[in-house]
Ligand binder design. Structure first.
Ligand SMILES: [Mn+2]
Length: 233
């Protein structure tokens, strides 16, 4: 079996780029596994479209579509829940939550529907070769990390079992070894998977740079990216 795992992250409403990236990666929803590392909403131009797209994929793909929570989903869940405080609401709004609220206003699926749907989404996903998490881990056993670390963490000193991460944008995708050394990952080049360290896959699409994805096949992987169409004001 040569199953392909396609991993994307930090879409932040960049729907057009998401579609062209998946095309470039020859993503096949009938066969591949898709992992989205979170931060689907806030900041970008087509938040609602991304939601609809991922919801459709999840419906069709079931367990082969893994949608993780990022700090932005968590802020949304906290700010729109029944127990919400004005502090949680403010926290989300200063992190661009308003953009998501507006994106949902004119659509038939209200934000509460998105909320209920996303409440089922996990903080991490484990493969025998690596673990997927939005931001970082400090202990290689994901269950031993705080939610704060998993969705907000910015450490680059991780040396445990390989993790796939987003959250912190870099100019290109990186492999970070955890001892201070790192390597740039070139598009369309096949690499061997490392057993430890972290892959940083957020390349700041919503900030005008690029959207990057990775395809893992057996013990190898390659990354590919598409340019952002977001014009920064
Ligand atoms: Mn994030």
């Amino acid at each position: 079996m040569s199953e392909r795992i396609v991993i994307i992250t930090d879409l932040h409403g960049c729907y057009d780029e998401c579609v062209s990236l998946l095309e470039k990666l020859r993503f096949d929803k009938a066969r591949d596994t898709l992992v989205n590392l979170g931060d689907t909403i806030d900041r970008g131009p087509k938040i609602y479209e991304v939601f609809e797209f991922l919801r459709g994929l999840k419906e069709e793909m079931g367990d082969r579509c893994i949608l993780l929570r990022g700090n932005h989903e968590q802020m949304m869940l906290d700010a729109t829940g029944p127990e919400r405080t004005s502090r949680e609401k403010k926290h989300w709004y200063i992190n661009s939550g308003e953009k998501t609220v507006y994106a949902f206003i004119n659509h038939k699926h209200r934000i509460q529907e998105f909320r209920e749907w996303y409440l089922d989404m996990p903080f991490y996903w484990e493969d025998p070769r690596f673990t997927c998490v939005h931001a970082s881990l400090t202990d290689e056993d994901p269950a031993k990390n705080t939610i704060e670390t998993m969705i907000w963490g910015r450490t680059t000193e991780y040396q445990g079992k390989l993790i796939m991460t987003g959250h912190t944008p870099y100019k290109t995708a990186l492999y970070i070894k955890g001892d201070g050394s790192f390597g740039y990952l070139e598009d369309d080049h096949r690499y061997n998977l490392e057993p430890t360290g972290m892959m940083a896959l957020d390349t700041g699409c919503v900030f005008g740079n690029r959207l990057t994805g990775i395809v893992v096949e057996e013990d190898t992987f390659y990354v590919a990216s598409v340019p952002s169409t977001v014009v920064r004001s």
